[in-house]
Design a protein around this ligand. Sequence first.
Ligand code: FE2
Length: 203
Amino acid sequence: MTVVRLAGGALWVHSPCPPTDEVCAALDALGEVRWLVVPNRFHHLQTPATAARYPKAVVVGPASVQARNPQVKPSLATDDPAYRDATPELTPIHVRGVPFLDETVFFHAASGSLIAADLLMSACARDHWTWRWVARVSGRYEKARTPPDVRLLTRASEAASESISQLCELPLERILVAHADPIMDRPAEQLAEAWRFAVPAGR
Ligand SMILES: [Fe+2]
């Protein structure tokens, strides 16, 4: 979960984690939870419970998530002016050409942070041994790559390639994802390298 406090003090919560009393106390100390963001088709599991805990918060996300989880009811999409006008600090960018994920990432210009969920992942020594083992076998141990299922189900395309290029041109200082530590070292280069398979042949 990534949290941004917006200019007016409201909180923008991306990919909510389980809303335990401890988590909610930490959020409440920061401000009022106003936005709950479902970033793609998969990171929706804790949104219904978080929405129940914060009934005034607006759930934002892709329509495609409802087919996977009818309990998640986004009331706005990230291209809705009502959402965009209220969160000018965060630029939403849809990653095209990857319908399996249908992910929208967010660029927070003030901190140079690209906020995403499954755009990249990697394993490290603190992870569970099962994931460390899978990561070593699949080349994702201490190395940023796409999730294995994203790699398997995404074909090279102009749309995907152009989307990743657009992200790499941002003044990135870090990439925050759900399944890796913050990616601070050469973030644009690591992003481009992980998605090189999506560049059509001959380019
Ligand atoms: Fe994920």
